[in-house]
Design a protein around this ligand. Structure first.
Ligand code: ZN
Length: 248
């Protein structure tokens, strides 16, 4: 058993949340009971994740994508009300860690994806250190890299920029297609992220730098699980990961 405050303090310190300028609050977003025996982790605080936390008898839902974003209306209505009502009715805490959980050098989504894929991280760079640069241990073609992503993430990636030999890679999990230009300037052979927009097709073709969209959910499943495992070890509490078949 632990307390909500002890867990929040540990996460704040470990993830160094104060160092980030985020567009979502990092830490507690919905307050529930004080004692924590069990945590459900999930990529997103969806209605399904909230319902699962209730079903599991969890004391906390711990996520990468919480419920409050700067760009969204601040009113609590419709689907947002449903999610919040489910958590409040269950007296379940909900805590979210966004950019700090992308960038953390060990527990972060970028680091965990690299570990899963066997990529070597050389350094972190770019806006708030959200980009990772490294090398493939063995150079791969675009098709080989995609086959590897497919087999380890269970989702078919979208690659543009053509077939070439890839050695130097830059990656950032989630919806980071906007950093493609930064990756090009860094001298990458390929940039791997979670989502693709229209513009990246042209940029990839015109620069010869391969762009791979491997799935927002698929690339961000691992940081929150690593955080859950670290909390389980630190506090001796039970953690369960709730996965959703989100193809985006
Ligand atoms: Zn994300």
């Amino acid at each position: 058993m632990s307390t909500r405050q002890a867990i929040l303090d540990w996460c704040k310190q470990t993830l160094q949340t104060d160092l980030y300028q985020d567009y979502a609050p990092n830490g507690l977003q919905i307050e529930g009971r004080e004692e924590i025996f069990k945590i459900v982790t999930a990529v997103t605080a969806s209605r399904a994740a909230a319902a699962y936390a209730v079903e599991q008898g969890a004391d906390m839902l711990l996520v990468h994508h919480g419920l409050f974003w700067k760009s969204e209306p601040v009113t609590v209505t419709g689907w947002k009300k449903d999610r919040i009502a489910t958590l409040l009715a269950g007296n379940i805490n909900m805590a979210g860690y966004h950019l700090p959980l992308d960038a953390h050098p060990v527990l972060g989504n970028n680091a965990q994806l690299a570990g899963l894929m066997g990529w070597e991280t050389e350094y972190r760079f770019g806006e708030q250190n959200l980009l990772n640069a490294g090398r493939l241990n063995t150079p791969q073609t675009t098709a080989q890299l995609c086959a590897d992503l497919q087999s380890r993430l269970g989702r078919t990636p979208v690659a543009v920029g053509g077939e070439r030999i890839i050695k130097r890679i830059v990656w950032c999990t989630g919806g980071a297609q906007g950093f493609f230009q930064t990756a090009i300037e860094e001298g990458a052979d390929a940039y791997i992220t979670g989502e693709i927009s229209e513009a990246q097709f042209h940029l990839a073709n015109e620069t010869g730098v391969v762009f791979v969209s491997a799935g927002h959910h698929a690339t961000e499943r691992y940081g929150i699980q690593a955080l859950g495992a670290a909390l389980a070890q630190e506090f001796g509490i039970e953690t369960v990961f709730f996965d959703e078949r989100n193809p985006a």
